[in-house]
Ligand binder design. Sequence first.
Ligand SMILES: Nc1ncnc2c1ncn2[C@@H]1O[C@H](COP(=O)(O)OP(=O)(O)OP(=O)(O)O)[C@@H](O)[C@H]1O
Ligand SMILES: [Mg+2]
Length: 509
Amino acid sequence: MNQPNLVELNNITKKFPGVTANDQVNFSVRPGEIHVLLGENGSGKSTLMSVLCGLYSPDAGDIIIRGTKMQFRSPRQAINAGIGMVHQHFKLIESFSVAENVILGDQSIPQVLKMHQIKNYLTKLSQRFGLQINPSAMVWQLSVGEKQRVEIVKMLYRGSQVLILDEPTAVLTPQETGELFRTLREMTATGRGIVVITHKMHEVMEIADRVTVLRRGRSVATLEKQQINQQDLAWLMVGQDILRQEKKKIPPGDKHVLELKNVHCLNDQGLPGLTDISFTVHSGEIFGIAGIAGSGQRELAEVIARLRPVSSGDVLINNQAITGCSPRQAIDHGVAMVPEDRLGTGLVPNMDAMDNLILKSYRNKSLRRGPFLNRTLTREKVNQLVSRFEIRLNAPDAPVKLLSGGNLQRLLLAREITSDPQLLIAVYPVRGLDIKATEAVHNLLLEQRSKGLAVLLISEDLEEIFKLSDRVGVLCDGRITGIRPADATGVEEIGLLMMDAQNQGETTI
Ligand SMILES: Nc1ncnc2c1ncn2[C@@H]1O[C@H](COP(=O)(O)OP(=O)(O)OP(=O)(O)O)[C@@H](O)[C@H]1O
Ligand SMILES: [Mg+2]
């Protein structure tokens, strides 16, 4: 019964310039358990796990692995001790195959071992845990869900006894999440210990054997399964009630801010990405797009922001066609977007927060002095944004890639919303955000809606879609399979439209 802990972290302290990311934190992993690590954005979760996996060395405290005190000088030493981590941002090499990525850096492989033997082994290993991967596929061809499976197989291949997953479901569809959870259970059944970082309460309720809550770098509680309930967790995390704003019943304006007329486009593989898309979004309306990931959501956002050419059809803003416009001209027409890939296309990772915040307004005359930026005025404006959107910057001139996931997201939203757009395209706007930040973003979107902004909300979370949207359009395989007023439909109907059940006789229920 009383097996020793796989991992014990005792009084871990880790400081960065201007912030104590972990302050004397205690944490342990038992064999066969899923231990959820919970906390607001910036509370120190990723840092604590990076200490455990040898990426950071702690300023103080002990790491004890199966009873032995260890000091990791590199992730390799942690891997050798059986600790594997799948990071928030994946670390695969795109131009290598799956198998090459998995064995990368493994010096124990005998030179004579043939690639096909390795591939066979990987196939068996992945099947054992219900992880579908193709060892011969090239990584650049894979979806995010598949890349994540490769990362997990890589850690299993290296003999991880403790697997740490940093927000693994943030990028997954509900179906993929279900598969992942089944895989995790398979792994705990072999005595492995799992740490999962997540912001989603229902996932905590579903998978946690224990929960540890961090707040501002400190551990505030560790709860056993039978002690876990949602209200207490929310309180422990933020120390206050979460204000939930309901959607006010206000009729949308009659101005057509966005109109798509029979839009067709190709996807990255040169195949039809969108087929015959037509809909309108009014001023003061949130139009939600529901759909399984990869149904054309990205293409839709890109076509409207003019980042992707249309093959036929028209995109109109305020009744003016912008189909031939550049992205810059689309911005000038009032189109703002919070893209899916924050660090890739939304922000410049190596620039500081100020430069990122003014990235789109540097042409604004009020911020300039002659041809130059007025640094004092700009700094003032940036300070206002930082406090209004509660962005936690430790060092204002540090590159934004060092910010926690949630703070990155706030930065991006702050910039887009304050650019005074006519249309805001919000692609998975709360992905990776904690509950408080999620409510803040939702409130912000509802507030902007009542001021007359047109919002195109793209989300996989039906609860979010129903909470915010006035109308819901469903994307399936690049087509709109239905548009419904949100208060005259339900999750079931939308779910069927997501699978396009009406058009596939045999799957109609
Ligand atoms: N390499 C780094 N250099 C400087 N500061 C850092 C670094 N990594 C993290 N921080 C800071 O340490 C604090 C904790 O960050 P961490 O990434 O651990 O938070 P988190 O709980 O994982 O948040 P999120 O839910 O947003 O991912 C934050 O204030 C962050 O800005
Ligand atoms: Mg994190």
